[in-house]
Design a protein around this ligand. Structure first.
Ligand SMILES: [Fe+2]
Ligand SMILES: [Fe+2]
Length: 270
């Protein structure tokens, strides 16, 4: 299978790049399954139902969220209507929606998508992500119930992401980090066929501070005095993420390539 995972879509610029570019990538790269992280698609904070529709129309098969899952209040209801949206497994006991789902790709293959939140340097204390992911992986064996297994590890610390990568080695097809909005350069295939990238980066304007118009975050760093709200930067976005080819029989990754399309970042394609 050919799988594309795109990192956090940031505001209007990110949404526009997804709408304009993803349909073409889907065709040209003959993608079987596409996951998009949508946690910042609406004004940089959360995802509205309307914007979720837009991501699916552009070619996403699954949209994952993150710590900003329910910043847009309508997602509290909307997630129950559209099971293609996945929020973190360990978000909160009472959170609506679900943290994993077995999807059917266009070619009929079953694809498990799981998302977990890390615990290091996060604003809230979330439950143990390793135990949560363990349970789901056990009940959806790679090469058994699922032809491919994708784990979105949403957290700050690269150390925690790498630990999750090794934890899932041999059991996931791809472990990819999200949340920091900056892509890392460590795409690799771990020893037991798990593709790994510490962070997918964002789909947003990189002339910014992690996707936000840079004046206000710079003012806060330099003076410590907030003056205005954060607003997403509006320049052309780079679509950023990772492409993986997997073996349908075993679910193992055979090839992994970092993806960066459009905008300011150095371009990269499979
Ligand atoms: Fe994010
Ligand atoms: Fe996040």
């Amino acid at each position: 299978m050919r799988i594309l995972f795109l990192g956090d879509v940031m505001g209007r610029a990110g949404r526009a790049a997804i709408s304009e570019t993803l349909p073409r990538l889907r065709d040209e790269w003959r993608l079987d399954f596409v996951v998009v992280n949508g946690e910042n698609a609406s004004s940089g904070m959360g995802l509205s139902g309307e914007h979720a529709k837009l991501l699916f129309e552009a070619g996403a098969d699954c949209v994952t969220l993150g710590d900003h899952a329910f910043d847009q209040k309508d997602m509290l209801q909307y997630i129950e209507q559209d099971s293609r949206i996945i929020r973190p497994l360990n978000f909160a006991k009472g959170a609506p929606g679900r943290g994993h789902r077995l999807f059917t790709a266009r070619g009929g293959q079953k694809v498990l998508v799981v998302q977990a939140l890390g615990q290091v340097f996060m604003k809230r204390a979330f439950d143990d992500p390793f135990g949560a992911v363990e349970g789901v992986l056990k009940s959806h064996p790679r090469g058994g119930l699922a032809q491919a297994v994708i784990v979105d590890m949403h957290c700050e610390a690269t150390s925690e992401k790498m630990a999750m990568g090794h934890f899932c080695n041999g059991r996931a097809s791809l472990v990819v980090g999200t949340h920091t909005h900056v892509p890392t350069g460590d795409a690799q295939i771990l020893s037991e066929g798990t593709a790994y990238l510490s962070d997918a980066g964002m789909c947003g304007d990189y002339n910014s501070v992690i996707g936000m118009e840079k004046t206000e975050p710079m003012r806060r760093f330099i003076t410590g005095m907030p003056k205005a709200r954060f607003t997403p930067a509006t320049g052309e976005a780079t679509l950023s993420g990772v492409y993986v080819e997997t073996d349908d029989r075993t679910g193992a990754a055979k090839r992994v390539v970092m993806v960066r399309q459009g905008g300011l970042l150095q371009q990269s394609a499979p």
